[in-house]
Design a protein around this ligand. Structure first.
Ligand SMILES: Cc1ncc(COP(=O)(O)O)c(C=O)c1O
Length: 377
């Protein structure tokens, strides 16, 4: 018996990372000891004070969480935005807590696709912008990112600004690790205000930096058309908690608060209370940056010695490396030595010729991987 499932669903290619799981299983079955640099799921310890805040936040009676979130969480996020970016937002009107940022990214197109039906998405890029747009019945416009332009989109090449409902950008970028200067955000936020679309800035990696803290799209002079998505997943090693936020102009935040109760995506209140503790603390974030920095220092020279070239990677826990030939063939070859990495082509055709390494295995595993790379190079 076959069911007439959504044609969007049946038409989707397999989620690229599901293929990495299959590769890994295949290699393990052959007896290879695999070190997994494939999926960007941090395996760092969630700080004890956050776990304690989670259990302290459990109540005897459990009620449905509200889409607006707890006032103390909105205020903790607003305080963090002010300290980190020097921008003062109206936490009650402009901030909407989310169940991690993925669901909010996915469903955003459902809220904003109306008369304007085009959603612009970067390529290579995180696949969820496109998938969310497709399920919303929107039209996807791919915006190429290239090494020659520092992995920033060429805004002069876009001709249909008036048709856009939303334009997604992601800096520090997954997969390339590139960061965007404030001038870029000013330019695109200016076009958003001029042409009436929403600039959606996915800033999931804003806290994983090495030299200078990256700027936010919230820092532009006119943020009347800017929606920023951020999360505790990477900053506080809390992927399993599912806690993030959208900070958007009041009309957009209001639309989200109207839409979201139908979906039921408000984070659990005990998670919200743990999140308050996490947003208030920077010490653990500094520690986590130190951890990724050490892993980067261990692995990068060995990757370069093996013939790969760093091609971005100013921030995030990703190393984006140019390789010879097909990215998939290169990744398969590395897997023979026990290193699982993501082929750049998994992020779109422009990712061909690159591989992405997520610095999520332990330091000891990174040391072992560096040794393996030196042996094979
Ligand atoms: C670019 C980017 N944005 C958003 C997310 C979503 O993160 P979360 O839903 O855990 O907040 C991820 C997760 O890997 C990501 O890579």
């Amino acid at each position: 018996m076959t069911f007439p499932f959504s044609p969007v669903l049946t038409g989707l290619a397999q989620y690229p990372f599901a293929r990495l799981d299959a590769w890994r299983a295949e290699a393990t079955a052959k007896g290879t000891d695999v070190i997994d640099f494939g999926v960007g799921d941090p395996r760092e310890v969630t700080p004890a004070f956050i776990r304690e805040a989670l259990s302290a936040g459990m109540t005897e009676i459990s009620s449905y969480p509200r889409a607006a979130g707890l006032p103390e969480l909105r205020s903790a996020i607003g305080g963090w935005i002010e300290r980190r970016f020097g921008v003062s937002v109206d936490a009650d009107r402009e901030i909407v807590p989310t169940l991690g940022s993925k669901e909010a990214i996915f469903s955003f197109a459902q809220v904003v696709t109306g008369e304007r039906r085009v959603i612009a998405v970067p390529e290579p890029g995180y696949p969820v912008y496109e998938r969310g747009a497709l399920f919303a019945g929107a039209e996807v416009q791919t915006i190429p990112l290239r090494e020659s332009t520092g992995w920033l989109p060429d805004l002069d090449a876009v001709e249909n600004w008036e048709e856009l409902a939303a334009f997604w950008v992601c800096y520090p970028n997954n997969p390339t690790g590139a960061v965007a200067p404030l001038g870029f955000y000013e330019e695109i936020a200016g076009r958003a205000a001029e042409h009436g679309f929403i600039l959606c800035s996915d800033e999931a990696y804003s806290e994983l930096w090495f030299d200078e803290p990256p700027v936010s799209a919230l820092q532009v002079a006119d943020r009347s058309h800017v929606a920023v998505f951020n999360t505790l997943s990477k900053r506080s090693s809390m992927t399993g908690y599912r806690s993030g936020f959208v900070c958007a102009p009041e009309p957009v935040a209001h639309a989200l608060r109207t839409y979201r109760p139908s979906v039921g995506t408000a984070p659990q209140e005990f998670v919200q209370r743990a999140s308050v503790a996490a947003w208030h603390d920077e010490g653990h974030v500094q520690d986590v940056r130190g951890v990724y920095r050490r892993k980067r220092e261990i692995l990068l020279p060995a990757l370069e010695a093996a013939g790969m070239r760093l091609a971005g990677s100013e921030a995030t826990f990703f190393l984006w490396l140019a390789v010879d030939g097909s990215s998939e063939a290169y990744a398969r070859q590395l897997l023979e030595s026990g290193l699982l990495v993501a082929p750049g082509a998994f992020f779109g055709p422009a990712g061909e010729g690159y591989v992405r390494i997520a610095l999520v295995p332990t330091q000891e595993e990174c040391e072992r991987a560096a040794k393996i790379l030196r042996e094979v190079s």
